[in-house]
Design a protein around this ligand. Sequence first.
Ligand SMILES: [Zn+2]
Length: 287
Amino acid sequence: MLNHFIAAGQISPALVRSALNATVMKHNFLIYYALLKAISNYRLWKWKTKLVSDFPIIRLPTPYAACYLARGRDGYAIIDTDIPYSAEFILSALRIIDIRPKDIKAILLTHGHRDHAGSAEELRHATGAPIAIHFGDLGIIKNRQESIPQIIGGFSQIRRHFLKLFSAFLPFRPFDPDIDLRTNQNLDHFLNTPIRIIETPGHTSGSISFLMNSAHIFIGDLGKFRRGSFVPNHYLENEKLLEDSVQEIFSLGTLSVYPGHGNPGIIQKPNGHNVQSSLGQNNDIYT
Ligand SMILES: [Zn+2]
């Protein structure tokens, strides 16, 4: 029947294709959103059970990546925003701890991948806070110029394939940030608190870390803590740059380190040797 209409010129093949694509996309989105809601509500419920009222840094109950809320002298910053459509769960968390959307003074992105920048636009809309990202990752968030990184270690091809599928599944919409960051740029005015940018490329060319109060550093996907030690990320664009970036962080002395996945940890350098340890499994509040 459909062929008959197509042959008669009443329905073009392009029209059929676009209708099918729209149906598949809608279907994918519904599955995505149902999964997101289930995971996020569980995280939010778990998060509520261990809250305290006073904190300098808290991990938000986001569904996939680690996103943080940092308190400065005059307001708060959200560091990374997780996958698309996570904003409503972040805003629910803020309501629970009596933080109003207008108390958020900046949305700081460690890099442009969609599991970190995915909900930035939604959060900007809800809070009015500006989005800041390094200029090196502007192509990713403005024009979807996202290269699938190299993966070091076993099963790299399978993992790369999985990453490709995962990225395609996320309904990411490009957006324009408000501030293009450069190295050593000073962000103190946002929260009236010292925040320094350190370029830490390698995972992406525009990956950066935010050093707050010379004591806390948010490193995005530079690496993570595994069994008490810091492990550089296996997903990368440039291995040499990533190694140099890790050394740069290690050269800064004793720091609390907040990665984009997994638990935070501490790195310190007594007697010239790096000592690293993670900050524990079930504590989302850091002092
Ligand atoms: Zn990433």
